[in-house]
Design a protein around this ligand. Sequence first.
Ligand SMILES: [Zn+2]
Length: 83
Amino acid sequence: MKHIKYPESIFCSECQSHVEMLRCRMMVRKNRGRTQVEFDYVCVDCGNRASAIRDWEYLQYSERDFCQSKGLVLAGTGLKLQP
Ligand SMILES: [Zn+2]
């Protein structure tokens, strides 16, 4: 049985329900030195699909875990992206 981990800080932009994370992308802003992650999600309630951007440093456990399951990891100051 596959357990869906809902993100702790991302909610549907339409109905504020829990969402299921589909994809994530790293977005590095060199100027300000902040790394952000963009999540594509689908609402489990209304089916709304959208995306949300969060700072990597402030990701909650389930969100970080999702990134790692997709091969997104930060190693030191460098960035490793595995397919
Ligand atoms: Zn919704």
